[in-house]
Design a binder for this molecule. Structure first.
Ligand code: GLV
Ligand code: MN
Ligand code: MN
Length: 419
């Protein structure tokens, strides 16, 4: 089981880097361009070099790019990879697994001195989680030409702009350098991404692998309610403009609206009363909304209803409601031919072919806008819990995943006419 053990060991090696406040508690937090993030990227680059990639580089947004050439240097590339940043107090496999699996597959090709009719380009995407900056998928966006120029001026919670963070990390921090990362789709066969499922379906079904049929659409927003701060003891209940209660009511309404649909979800993941006091009626409340659904149409109806009702709640409570969209990703159905390649790869390693859709967002959603894509999911233990340190996979499943990735490469070689 050499692939499985290698993946587990590499995952531990990457997980040794975490940001100070979290590392002290034994927790994993790696957000964009922090010291822990830079060290993780450097380690990924070293793993790629040791594996025998022909070219390894760090690009202008911090992506770690490894190229293993095909039989000719001009042969098209299969693009693959996932992200190496994490949520705060996250798991060791979300993102990283999808970088380590193709590195193990390329190492195997190198050891067997095998060149394929196509090159393999593995990307360790620097940012997918939208934690330090409100710029979710910024790393994959750079590859599709969708990097928003306004992101460079965004500040983190310490007032550091993204451009300053880039320059501090030794990156150019210019739009020109970032624009140059855009890939020409004609030079690529397509994009495949391996990822831990982050849900219970495969675990409950006792299935090691699953083939993704589509990724759900999502919109994220930062919101604010602004009322009137006033004395908590002297202001009668019916004479208040409580910003926190308005935000709480909007949160509960979002839950009810999402429940009314099949498979829609709405989450308030951050909720604060800035500068609040125990004896002051909240004058302001900031919170986030993350709203997702299987199709763009269902998501748009969900968001539109939530916004209309939020406005009504705000008017009734005499507070102002502010809403700023910070992320919009269209649903990304898998390319059928690539989905079928994964199905054959899963069957080739002797596993049942099981198909499922993805409730989580992935780098593949962005690549979807410029080339065909399909994803493979790997079972998570602990009922698939993710964005949580309890996230886990087994070495046996990691072994099967690398074998399936190699089977996908074999399938591409065996059916060149289909490309
Ligand atoms: C990415 O992890 C997401 O929030 O789906
Ligand atoms: Mn994640
Ligand atoms: Mn992820």
């Amino acid at each position: 089981m050499h692939f499985g053990d290698t993946i587990m060991q590499w995952s531990e090696q990457l997980a040794q880097f975490s940001e100070p406040h979290w590392a002290e508690k034994g927790q994993l937090t790696v957000t964009y361009l922090t010291e822990a993030h830079i060290a993780t990227g450097r380690t990924l680059g070293a793993l790629m070099r040791e594996a025998g990639f022909d070219e390894v580089s760090t690009d202008a947004v911090g992506n770690i790019v490894g190229v293993y050439h095909g039989q000719s240097h001009s042969a098209p590339h299969l693009l693959t990879g996932s992200h190496y940043d994490t949520v705060r107090n996250g798991g060791k496999y979300d993102g990283r697994l999808g970088i380590l699996v193709p590195i193990a597959a390329v190492r195997d090709l190198v050891q067997r001195k095998q060149r394929l009719p196509f090159g393999i380009e593995v990307i360790g995407f620097a940012e997918e989680e939208g934690q330090r900056y409100r710029a979710t998928f910024l790393a994959a966006s750079a590859l599709t030409g969708a990097f928003d120029p306004a992101w460079l001026a965004q500040v983190d919670s310490d007032g550091v702009t993204m451009q300053q963070a880039m320059q501090h990390a030794g990156l150019p921090g210019t739009l020109e350098a970032i624009a140059a990362l855009k890939r020409d789709p004609t030079k690529y066969l397509g994009f495949v991404e391996v990822h831990i499922e982050q849900g219970p379906v495969l675990c409950e079904g006792a299935l090691p692998l699953g083939v993704v049929t589509s990724i759900n659409a999502g919109i994220r927003a930062t919101c604010k309610t602004i009322g009137m701060a006033a004395h908590a003891g002297t202001t009668p209940m019916l004479m208040r403009q409580d910003a926190m209660l308005a935000a709480a009511e909007i949160s509960l309404m979002s839950e009810q609206r999402a429940l009314a649909d099949a498979d829609s979800v709405a989450t308030v993941g951050q909720f604060q009363v800035p500068g609040g006091s125990i004896n002051v009626i909240p004058g302001e409340c900031s919170f986030t909304l993350d709203m997702r659904a299987p199709t763009d149409q269902q998501r748009d109806a969900l968001v539109s209803d939530i916004l209309k009702q939020a406005q009504l709640i705000a008017e009734r409570r005499q507070v102002k409601f502010e809403y700023t969209e910070v992320m919009r990703a269209a649903a990304a159905p898998s390319d059928l031919a690539w989905q079928q390649r994964w199905e054959r790869a899963v069957a080739a390693v002797g596993l049942p072919v099981f198909k499922l859709n993805s409730g989580a967002g992935h780098d593949a959603m962005k690549l979807h806008t410029s080339m065909p894509q399909a994803m493979l999911f790997v079972r998570g233990g602990n009922r698939g819990i993710s964005h949580n340190p309890l996230e886990i996979i087994t070495a046996e499943d990691a072994e099967l995943t690398v074998q399936a990735f190699i089977a996908l490469l074999d399938d591409l070689v065996a059916r060149p006419s289909e490309l």
